[in-house]
Design a protein around this ligand. Sequence first.
Ligand code: FE
Length: 175
Amino acid sequence: MDMKNMDPSRFMGFDSPVLPHLGQKPELVVYGTDDPMMWVELQPNVFFRPLFFDMVTGAHCEMLKVKGGGHLGRHKHSSPVHGYVIKGRWKYLEHSWEATEGSFLFEAPGEVHTLVVDEEVEEMITFFYVGGSLTYMDDDDNILSVEDNLSLIEMCCEHFEKVGLGGDFVHNFIR
Ligand code: FE
């Protein structure tokens, strides 16, 4: 089955903009799903699901999922981050607290931290609003890589191409 240019209505909804003559873009609802086609594997057991890319501010919304323990490398943010833990729990190596199911969290730009999910946590799912770029660093603060909307969209584009939806499928998440 060729799924290229597949009708996106299985995964999301949007109507025609109310004010298209003023350049208004449509709203967007992205439905909850476990479908592996919507989850990009960042590293073994760590998955990223795109929800929304704002190309005006450079912010994006995502779901992060970790199965059976894992971590997200040491990094800092250029802009504020807001999160809400939907399932499971996680912590930062650099902090005393743990983000448990139902917790809201705020991350200040510039702070360096490493997200860790314990092995005994079967599944962790957190929603994040990420206001800008992420800079990944080693323990000596050498920059390893920088992640922003452009690199994330490129990554999603490759993923959607690979799973048969076509790279352009990522356009459905961009405003
Ligand atoms: Fe962070």
